[in-house]
Write a protein that binds this ligand. Structure first.
Ligand SMILES: NC(=O)c1ccc[n+]([C@@H]2O[C@H](COP(=O)([O-])OP(=O)(O)OC[C@H]3O[C@@H](n4cnc5c(N)ncnc54)[C@H](O)[C@@H]3O)[C@@H](O)[C@H]2O)c1
Length: 369
């Protein structure tokens, strides 16, 4: 028998820029012309059926005008498209059109598009570069930044995926103006989550400026886009692969992801996270880390953002409790929760950021809502 030692220490520079601005389509083309992805000449622009006309066709047109080969790959809008089947559809389309390794994927859309396109990019030809052009507040606040990519499965959301960093992220604030109110509110849930876990200033700012967000005030929208990036970046920088600190970004998501699946995707991601944030601040109160006033403030801000704060009647409470076990923070079969320490901070437990909580305690909170 022989044993070979494969020495493979890696030093990787996965740094990338996040550009926040208005109507950044031309800027994207200028960056590509200036060498953002080297000499690549072929671009697969992945988008959904809503964003196609709003932004993706323009980007494709500009690429072609500048001498690049470009194909639009469009799938039906919505979370129910974030599947292995859609990934396969994108891959087969690219294979059919002769894409090999010398190509780049541009994801144009919300979190569903950036999650799935980033995953395809990570496995297509063992990895091709990708760029995120984020068109929703939710993608700007969370999904397009940080390198987590995935698809959903019938068991739960985001179970199959990889860490894969984009070449650059464009956050087009002007794009938010065409978002239906429910979608804008859904994005605000992740913004409120960031405030709850890291910044009481952002929390107060959102409270003071909610009307201006719904009026698409440039200054306020730019501020929240930048604050979302700053907070997410400060966490991801310290823990890219979610081995510890990054778990704090999961605030509201233990209950949120479970309820999103149990609702059969009737609830949008942010709506589910909103309910999850209320459940988890109630849990923090029960365990002594938040006050009654903290709970009321979190609920009031979510309501101001036109988000749900109670478990809808049609949700089977017991199915929800059981679904909590599909959470990736579960360890040794035990539920673990990230807990707020007042507004703007997370409770740390000896270097850990999630606390084991019994099923009965979780059930009590869910039944309270
Ligand atoms: N990777 C991560 O770290 C991460 C973090 C948070 C959320 N997510 C994922 O993000 C997804 C949710 O993101 P989302 O809410 O952006 O979903 P989405 O991509 O489904 O977009 C929401 C809806 O808005 C439409 N839309 C997009 N841009 C538009 C625009 N400018 N004008 C009008 N309509 C527009 C879309 O077609 C869709 O119908 C979930 O799948 C969630 O799991 C990922």
């Amino acid at each position: 028998m022989s044993v070979f030692n494969v020495e493979l220490k890696k030093v990787v520079d996965d740094s990338y820029e996040i550009e926040v601005g208005h109507e950044l389509e031309q800027k994207l083309i200028d960056d590509i012309r200036a060498g953002l992805v080297g000499n690549i000449k072929k671009f697969a622009v992945v988008t959904d059926s809503n964003v196609r006309e709003l932004h993706a066709e323009k980007i494709c047109g500009l690429l072609e005008e500048n001498g690049y080969k470009c194909d639009l790959i469009v799938f039906p809008a919505g979370e129910t498209s974030k599947t292995r089947e859609t990934k396969e559809f994108i891959e087969d389309t690219m294979l059919g059109k002769g894409y090999r390794r010398d190509c780049c994927i541009i994801a144009v859309g919300g979190g569903v598009v950036t999650d799935i396109a980033g995953f395809v990019a990570g496995t297509y030809g063992r990895g091709v570069p990708f760029i995120n052009y984020a068109t929703t507040l939710l993608a700007a606040a969370d999904a397009s930044v940080g390198g987590k990519t995935a698809v959903d499965t019938p068991l739960a959301t985001n179970l199959i995926g990889i860490f894969n960093q984009p070449e650059k992220v464009y956050i087009d604030i002007s794009a938010w103006k065409t978002l239906p109110q429910r979608q804008l509110s859904s994005g605000l849930a992740e913004t409120i989550k960031h405030a709850c876990l890291a910044s009481s200033e952002l929390f107060s700012y959102l409270d003071r400026n909610m009307d201006r967000i719904f009026a698409f005030d440039d200054e306020v929208c730019e501020h929240i886009a930048a604050e979302n990036c700053r907070i997410k970046y400060s966490v991801v920088m310290k823990d890219e692969r979610e081995s510890g600190l990054r778990e704090v970004l999961n605030l509201g998501h233990t209950v949120g992801r479970a309820i999103e699946t149990v609702s059969g995707y009737k609830l949008l991601h942010g709506e589910a996270v909103s309910i999850g944030l209320v459940a988890e601040v109630l849990l923090a109160k029960k365990l002594g880390y938040c006050s009654d006033e903290d709970v009321e403030r979190v609920k009031a801000l979510l309501e101001k953002a036109k988000l749900p704060t109670a478990v809808p009647d049609y949700i089977d409470r017991e199915a929800l409790v059981k679904k909590l076990y599909t959470d990736k923070k579960v360890r040794d079969g035990k539920l673990r929760f990230v807990l707020q320490d007042g507004i703007g901070a997370i409770k740390e437990f000896d270097g850990q950021y999630a606390l084991p909580v019994s099923e009965d305690t979780a059930r009590e909170i869910i039944n309270e809502m």
